[in-house]
Design a protein around this ligand. Structure first.
Ligand code: ADP
Ligand code: MG
Length: 242
């Protein structure tokens, strides 16, 4: 098992954003994470990447207990992540943004630049372009490139394929597949069911901080609790019960 996240919780005051979630990921898997807005998916990723310390539970990655470790330790252990809201350095070039990730394992400038250049080529970006002049698809790609430059064993993709046109979406799916074929294990948060159906064999469904269902995507979308979590309000309205 590459990742064992057990009974992970994160409280903000009295509010439990993540409420005892379990996620085990085997080396080489692509696992989907779905659930309505506010379900706790990004907060769970923040716990896995060390950006926030869980208030309960345990996170073991490649036999290392990272539960209370800082984000640098998670990155060094091999957990890379993208952000739902891209966090690019606006005044820097694409290449320089990717070098920020590359420095993790290539402390020498020339090595970092060479490594970053390979990643930029692979992700189909233009090295000399300013980050601020990128559109949504470019920004999403740059997020992926910067995470990839840290040479993660596990990539956490947080809605990295949102806001793309159908053509861009298919290119992005192909990129995720390439990253997987390079030997990277992936956990992907995504609302677009086509992405989940195409890329994953196993999904977990989050609702109100809990994992309410898991299994093959085809089965999970038919699960009563999942339908209720996504459509409950609308169903009730149609029933005339508010
Ligand atoms: P998702 O990614 O599934 O849409 P999030 O993890 O972003 O959900 O948010 C889960 C819940 O936790 C939301 O209700 C959100 O408002 C709350 N939340 C997230 N971060 C914080 C924070 N730093 N302080 C307080 N509440 C937060
Ligand atoms: Mg989110």
């Amino acid at each position: 098992m590459l990742l064992e996240a057990t009974n992970v919780s994160k409280a903000f005051g009295d509010f439990l954003a993540v409420a005892g979630a379990d996620l085990n990921v085997e080396d080489g898997e692509i696992v989907g994470l779905i659930g309505p807005n506010g379900a706790g998916k990004s907060t769970f990723f923040n716990c896995l990447a060390g950006e926030t310390t869980p208030t309960g539970g345990r996170i073991v990655f490649a036999d290392q207990d990272l539960t209370r470790a800082p984000p640098e330790a998670h990155a060094r252990a091999g957990i890379g992540r993208t952000y739902q809201v891209p966090t690019t350095f606006e005044d820097m070039s694409v290449l320089d943004n990717v070098m920020v990730g590359a420095f993790l394992r290539h402390p020498h400038l020339e090595d970092a630049r060479d490594h970053a250049r390979r990643i930029v080529d692979m992700t189909g970006l233009r090295a000399d372009q300013r980050a601020r002049s990128l559109g949504t698809p470019g920004r999403k790609r740059l997020e992926i490139a910067r995470a990839l430059a840290t040479e993660p064993r596990l990539m956490l993709l947080d809605e990295s394929l949102a806001g793309l046109t159908p053509t861009e979406l298919h290119e992005a799916i192909a990129l995720v597949r390439r990253i997987h074929e390079m030997g990277t294990t992936i956990v992907i948060v995504e609302h677009i069911m086509e992405v989940i159906m195409t890329l994953t064999k196993r999904v977990l469904v989050f609702n109100q901080g809990h994992v309410i269902a898991s299994g093959p995507p085809e089965a999970v979308v038919k699960d009563e609790a999942v339908i209720e979590a996504y459509l409950g309000r609308r169903h009730r309205r149609q029933d005339g019960n508010g």
